[in-house]
Design a protein around this ligand. Structure first.
Ligand code: AMP
Length: 290
């Protein structure tokens, strides 16, 4: 069966109401397009457990800051359609800006703010970003209706924000997190990797090497967050292609609070600039039981 493409909210709703009525489960994979194998893995996870799999492609202006890359963000719907279909999607929903925000993004008067988990890291470096994410995901959940939605651990803080929003607002959506898909050299796949030259792409693997260094320390029993962060920063500093570091962090994976000392499960996160791209990545780590 060929993938079906919709650009209107009403058409997608009618289709999903009908398939749910006939007993099919709906899987939802929200994306901003420029699809790669990381997105593909979410679509595959969704299609393993749902008869209907909707991939959404919408570059959401609300989640970009004024000096960020909304205009430059890569777009290519034909390639997206092919990748989504090959991974098992049955529907591609690609609404225009007017369909999602009638009157334009500046006319939006209702937004969703998740407190707490949005404060540090990405939230601190990208003011308003998570309100934009929470608002568009709330809209996509309202449009899709009861479903299971798949999000990548690549955007670990975003996953926490979406889980929290769905729970706090009693949305009829089960949120599932999926592991990060990486290039052979360890670099996390990202649409923004398209901003990198081949040389930068090779060297950007230093971000994953820094995370692995941190994970090895935690798993070896290092309990000082500062010691772990310093070691990760040293690895980053060894590669001149990293032009600036937004943060290197060790946090509690549920609250995003910074632990005084590491005991149990933590998340290690990095945001850094390489060439024209701002890259983020993270890994989990667990200290050895005493
Ligand atoms: P984006 O199109 O970048 O907004 O991402 C759409 C979804 O794909 C989000 O849930 C991301 O976390 C997820 N995603 C992006 N890159 C990867 C990756 N390398 N591995 C797994 N999931 C990813």
């Amino acid at each position: 069966v060929a993938i079906v493409r919709f650009s209107r909210v009403a058409d997608l709703r009618a289709r999903l109401d009908r398939v749910r009525g006939s007993g099919a489960g709906v899987g939802l994979v929200p994306t901003m397009g420029a699809l790669h194998d990381g997105h593909g893995s979410l679509i595959e996870a969704a299609s393993a457990r749902n008869q209907e799999v909707v991939t959404t492609v919408f570059v959401n202006p609300l989640q970009f800051g004024p000096n960020e890359d909304f205009t430059a963000y890569p777009r290519g719907l034909d390639a997206d359609l092919a990748l989504a279909e090959a991974a098992g999607a049955t529907v591609l929903f690609a609404p225009g800006l007017d369909e999602m925000y009638p009157g334009g993004p500046a006319a939006v008067r209702t937004t969703v703010h998740v407190a707490g988990v949005t404060a540090p890291l990405e939230g601190a470096h990208r003011p308003g970003h998570f309100d934009g994410v929470a608002t568009v995901v709330a809209k996509l959940f309202a449009i899709a209706g009861p479903c299971t939605a798949y999000f990548g651990e690549k955007d670990f803080q975003q996953l926490a924000v979406v889980r929290r929003m769905a729970a706090d607002l009693s949305l009829p959506v089960q949120v599932v997190g999926c592991p990060t898909v990486r290039e052979a050299n360890g670099l996390a796949m990202s649409s923004r990797n398209r901003y990198l030259t081949d040389d930068e792409r090779n060297r950007a693997a230093v971000i994953f090497r820094a995370l692995v260094t941190g994970r090895d320390l935690v798993e070896g029993g290092e309990s000082s967050p500062d010691a772990v962060s310093s070691a990760m920063r040293s690895v980053l500093a060894s590669e001149a292609v990293v032009s600036s570091i937004d943060y290197v962090a060790v946090v509690d994976p549920a609250t995003f609070d910074a632990p005084v000392s590491i005991a149990g499960e933590v998340r290690l996160l990095i945001a850094a600039r390489v060439g024209r791209a701002r890259l983020i990545d993270n890994v989990g780590a667990r200290s050895p039981s005493p």
